[in-house]
Design a protein around this ligand. Sequence first.
Ligand code: 13P
Length: 258
Amino acid sequence: MARTPLMAGNWKMNLDHLEANQLIQKLSFTLADAGYDPSQSEAVVIPPFTDIRTVQTAIDADSVPLKYGAQNVSTHDNGAFTGDISTAMLVKLGCSYVVVGHSERREYHGETNEIVGEKAKKVLDAGMVPIMCCGEALDIRKEGTHVDFVLGQISQMLAPLSAQQVAQSVIAYEPIWAIGTGEVATPADAQEVCGAIRRHVAELFDQTTADAVRIQYGGSVKASNVRDIMAQPDVDGALVGGASLKPEEFAKIIMFYA
Ligand code: 13P
């Protein structure tokens, strides 16, 4: 079963809309020069909300072979939710993907697995694809209970979704101790958990769903380590933070296959 690799750059709270425009231009030139083939890997940028309109314009104007999405979304449709953004607003801006349940949202905004599942359902119902994040903190990794911990997150996050919805979704395994630390999980560490997630999806749903869902690794992914990580059978992509802010570096990550 062929799963197209998904290389996504989560900009987090970086780059204003002018800087976003520059990054898209540079990324676009670099990919074109290097002969990027979108059938080999799907490339996505995930800017802050305030940049999305600019990113949309830059991509559409030059038919840049990039998709884009948002870092978060509300569980509500509209109304008195000051500061929140709805799925309908993101659809109107042409977003394809929405990250839900990033560990930074869990830590600083109290998002639980239940909320993450609810957001994922909202995203799917709106016709976009959720990138559902999971991953353990360092203390859990040291205890050696990380696989069970992550599978517990997966069970709760996927509970509101149908098999068909899960098949269209993306799960990102991001061990918290590897995020922004320069400490990358070994390819074997990434495979251990991504493989366990896929087997768990087969148990919760069925093998067809497990074969279809794309599972990314995230945490200090760079051009220098992406190939070994992508060589793992259950790793279908990368969710990249810091390195996605450097267009040449991110272009190399997108073109890991070359
Ligand atoms: P870094 O690549 O900066 O470690 O961030 C990973 C991440 O959190 C992507 O969502």
